[in-house]
Design a protein around this ligand. Structure first.
Ligand code: GLC
Length: 454
C-alpha cells in the first residue's frame, strides 16, 4: 500500500525552525485569560523548557484515596458519594506495598525520563504532610509516610525528573467557590477565593521548596467556565497571572490543562488525550490552537478509561504506547503516559508489563524520539517522522503500510533500519524520495528508518 506525504523538505525545515526553543517566546493572545502582560522567559526558564522537550517521554501518576475505591479518580462525584463519608477513607489509606524506588525504576525501564504525580487531585487530599491545610493529607493516614518526599528522593537518586500535578478545583474545602462540576459535590457553596488562593500558594511554596519539582501542572480550571455562543467564558478570576509569577519566582515551570488557548506565562501547552493539532478524535482540544512558540505535552492513559486505578482492568498494548509517543513527537510534542497505582501502592501488573515492553523498544529506537523535533515529512497516523538536524526518522506504525514517498531537494546519503543498522530500500527520482521497508519476523510494531539527507 502506498502512502504519500508531499512536502517540500525545505519548507518543512523552515516551518520547524520556527518552533525552535532558542527563539524568544512571543506572547500568545491573552484574549481568553484576562491576564495581561508580556512574559519574557529568563535563561533558567528557556533551559528548563528545552530539557523538558528533549525528554520527550514521561509517566503520569494518578494516586490518592480514590485508589482504595478502585473506581477512578472522579468516584466521589460520579458515584454521588457524600464527601464526609468519602474522606473517611483517609483513615483506611495504608498502601503497604508502596516502594518509591521500585516505581521510579519501572518508569525508567519503560524509557520515560520524568514523572508527574498528583500531589493533590480534585478530591482535595494531599499526598504530602502539608502544613497548609486542615489535616486532609497523608500525615493523618495510618501510613503517615511522606509519599512525595520518598518519590523525590528516589527520582533524585535514579536521575528522573519529578513534576507535580495540582488541582485548582477542590471538592473538600469550605473556602473553594463551587463551579459547574464541583457543585455536584459541594452544592452552591460560595467559598472565599481570597482564602483559597492563599491556601494554594502556601501549598505550592511547600511543594517547590521541599521537593524541587521541574514543573507544576494545573488542572480543573474549567470548573469555572461557561460555554456561550461558541465561546468559553471564565466565571471566576483565578488571578492566574500572579500565581504564575509566584511559581516562576521559584524557578519552576508551569502548565495548565484548561483546554484553552495558552496564556503568555504558561511554559508549555497541554493536550489531554487528543493529538496536538487533531487526529482521529478531538475531544478536549476544540478550543486549543497549537502554538509553536512553546513546548507541547500530550497526556493519555495506559488503563482504558481511567487515570486513577479502576478494578475493571484493561491496558494499552506496548504497540499502542509507542505509536502514541511517535505521533506526538512528530507533532513536536512530548507524550506522558498515565498509570494509576492501586490501593496497595503498586502499579497494576498489566501496566508494568506494557511499560517494560515499551522500554525494550526505546532501548533500541530511543534515538528517534529523545531530543528530536517534530517533522512534517510524514505526519499522518500510519507513518510519522521526527528529525534531528539533517536526519529524519521515519516511523512505520501501521503493519499494513510499508512505503512512503515525499518531496525532497537534495539527496539521501543513507537510509538504515534503526534497529539493526541494515540498509533500507530508498531512492530519489525527480525530487521525490521513496523509502520502502520489509518487515522482519518479530517486527510487531513501529519500524524506524533513519534517513540522512544532504
Ligand atoms: C481531567 C480529569 C482528571 C485528570 C486529568 C488528566 O482533567 O478531570 O481527572 O486528572 O484530566 O489530564
Amino acid at each position: 500500500m502506498w502512502y504519500t506525504a508531499r512536502m517540500n523538505m525545505k519548507i518543512a525545515f523552515y516551518a520547524l525552525a520556527a518552533c525552535s526553543l532558542a527563539l524568544p517566546c512571543a506572547a500568545a493572545s491573552s484574549s481568553q485569560g484576562g491576564d495581561a502582560g508580556k512574559y519574557v522567559p529568563e535563561e533558567w526558564n528557556v533551559k528548563a523548557r528545552e530539557r523538558f522537550v528533549n525528554d520527550r517521554f514521561g509517566v503520569f501518576i494518578h494516586w490518592g484515596l480514590y485508589a482504595n475505591y478502585a473506581q477512578g479518580e472522579w468516584y466521589l462525584l460520579h458515584g454521588r458519594l457524600d464527601e464526609k463519608a468519602y474522606s473517611r477513607m483517609m483513615y483506611g489509606f495504608c498502601p503497604s506495598k508502596f516502594d518509591a524506588r521500585e516505581w521510579v525504576r519501572t518508569v525508567k525501564a519503560a524509557g520515560a525520563k520524568y514523572i508527574t504525580i498528583t500531589s493533590r487531585h480534585h478530591d482535595g487530599f494531599s499526598l504530602w504532610p502539608t502544613k497548609a491545610d486542615d489535616g486532609y493529607n497523608i500525615a493523618n493516614t495510618p501510613f503517615r509516610r511522606d509519599i512525595l518526599g520518598e518519590l523525590a528522593q528516589a527520582c533524585r537518586e535514579e536521575g528522573v525528573t519529578l513534576n507535580f500535578y495540582y488541582s485548582l478545583m477542590d471538592w473538600h474545602r469550605k473556602d473553594y467557590p463551587a463551579g459547574f462540576q464541583s457543585r455536584k459535590v459541594l452544592g452552591s457553596q460560595k467559598g472565599d477565593y481570597r482564602s483559597y488562593k492563599k491556601f494554594m500558594l502556601a501549598q505550592i511554596a511547600e511543594l517547590i521548596e521541599n521537593y524541587h519539582p521541574a514543573n507544576i501542572w494545573f488542572d480543573g480550571e474549567w470548573d469555572h467556565t461557561r460555554h456561550e455562543n461558541g465561546k468559553w467564558l471564565r466565571t471566576l478570576d483565578w488571578e492566574m497571572d500572579s500565581i504564575y509569577d509566584f511559581i516562576h519566582a521559584r524557578h519552576t515551570l508551569v502548565g495548565n490543562n484548561n483546554h484553552q488557548t495558552i496564556r503568555p506565562k504558561e511554559d508549555f501547552q497541554i493536550y489531554e488525550c487528543d493529538l496536538p493539532g487533531g487526529g482521529e478524535k478531538v475531544v478536549f482540544s476544540k478550543h486549543q490552537p497549537v502554538v509553536n512558540d512553546r513546548p507541547i505535552e500530550q497526556c493519555d492513559v495506559i488503563q482504558h478509561g481511567a487515570w486513577g486505578y479502576r478494578i475493571v482492568e484493561g491496558f494499552r498494548t506496548p504497540q499502542d504506547i509507542v505509536a502514541l509517543v511517535a505521533r506526538a513527537a512528530s507533532r513536536d510534542s512530548n507524550l506522558m503516559m498515565n498509570v494509576g497505582p492501586d490501593g496497595s501502592g503498586q502499579f497494576p501488573a498489566g501496566a508494568v508489563k506494557a511499560m517494560l515492553e515499551t522500554g525494550k523498544w526505546f532501548a533500541r529506537n530511543g534515538e528517534s524520539i529523545y531530543g528530536t523535533r517534530g517533522c512534517k515529512v510524514a505526519r499522518g497516523l500510519d507513518v510519522v517522522s521526527t528529525r534531528r538536524g539533517g536526519t529524519i526518522y521515519l516511523h512505520f506504525l501501521n503493519p499494513k503500510v510499508d512505503e512512503i514517498s515525499f518531496n525532497i531537494e537534495g539527496r539521501i546519503v543513507e537510509a538504515v533500519y534503526l534497529d539493526g543498522g541494515k540498509p533500507a530500500d530508498a531512492s530519489v527520482q525527480d525530487g521525490v524520495a521513496k523509502v520502502r521497508i520489509s518487515r522482519r519476523q518479530g517486527d510487531r510494531f513501529d519500524v524506524v528508518v533513519k534517513v540522512t539527507v544532504e
